[in-house]
Design a protein around this ligand. Structure first.
Ligand code: PEP
Ligand code: MG
Length: 311
């Protein structure tokens, strides 16, 4: 089975009937591009830029950032590369940007909220991305983390375009953006669903807490219904919808996501083989049938309450 998966490496992601589902890599630093190539990624679906900020006492300069972004983009000429702006706060606190006294950091200043509160950091990052884009030939898509609704999406897209960025979008990580997806599709060039946070916020269970770890699964039909709303809006209005959270790395769930209407999947490079192989086993009609069952909760095993908190 592993050999068959390896055999498919050179091929693009697709269902058994030929429906294309591009398979992209999640990367955390430019040197991760090597693994992305090794496992046959068709581009980058999530470049987390936190590595430039973590461990420092102040933000990196525009020049430092430009160099790092250009280094990554140069690895993927002609290919799609989605770069996410800094996601500071909550599970990724930064001492110089994240308030220390928030009782609920996941509900506090994080993602785009942090960037708007530190406007210079936001604008420097956009400036560096535009400069790196001008130096390289990748197909750069830029997105903001933790965008709550169409108003924030519109704000961010307009700002990004004012820097000359061509394709600007929003991460969908909170239920509010799923509920407003039809409006978001009017203003954003694309949406990328972060299932780690979307699960945390849909089920109101902190993703970092072991005591509520049982909730952290995107197989929960409530999470899938949020994803469905986003896909329906995107597909109706021609707005690409990707998934870049852990859910995309689960081969069976990847098929369900394709059936829900997700257009591309991004995951850690090592997960690409198995997802590519599983997609190839199902037609779109089958994936849609599985998605219907998943939305109904057929594949979700509810928590066993008696044993969940027994000690
Ligand atoms: C997510 O929330 O699913 C995601 C991709 O972003 P991160 O895990 O970096 O918060
Ligand atoms: Mg997230």
């Amino acid at each position: 089975k592993a050999d068959k998966a390896k055999e498919l490496r050179g091929q693009p992601g697709q269902l058994a009937d030929g429906t294309r589902i591009p398979l992209l890599a999640n990367v955390g630093k430019p040197s991760d591009a090597k693994a992305a190539h090794e496992y046959g990624a068709e581009g980058v679906g999530l470049f987390r830029t936190e590595f430039l900020f973590i461990g420092n006492s102040e933000p990196p300069t525009v020049e430092e950032q430009t160099k790092a972004y250009a280094e990554l983009l140069a690895e993927f000429p002609g290919k799609k590369v989605v770069i996410r702006l800094l996601d500071a706060g909550a599970d990724k606190p930064l001492p110089f940007l994240t308030p220390e006294d928030e009782p609920n950091p996941a509900l506090g200043l994080r993602g785009l909220r942090t960037l708007v509160a530190h406007r210079q950091v936001l604008e420097d990052q956009l400036k560096a991305l535009a400069a790196a884009d001008a130096q390289t030939d990748a197909n750069l898509w830029v997105m903001a983390p933790m965008v709550a609704d169409q108003y924030e999406a519109d704000y961010f897209v307009k700002l990004g375009k004012s820097y000359g960025l061509k394709f600007v979008g929003a991460m969908a990580e909170v239920p509010s953006i799923a509920l407003m997806a039809d409006k978001v599709a009017d203003v954003a060039d694309f949406v990328s669903i972060g299932t780690n946070d979307l699960t945390q916020y849909t089920l109101a269970a902190d993703r970092t807490l072991g005591s509520v770890a049982n909730y952290q699964t995107a197989w929960h039909p409530a999470v899938l219904r949020n994803i469905k709303m986003i896909c329906e809006a995107g597909n109706a209005k021609g707005m690409p919808v990707g998934v870049c959270g852990e859910a995309a790395a689960d081969p069976d769930l990847a098929v369900v996501l394709a059936g829900l209407g997700v257009n591309s999947l991004s995951m850690s490079p090592a997960a690409l083989d198995d997802v590519r192989a599983e997609l190839a086993n199902h037609t779109m009609a089958e994936a849609q049938e599985l998605a219907k069952k998943a939305l109904n909760g057929d594949f979700y095993k509810p928590m066993d309450w008696d044993s969940a908190y027994a000690d």
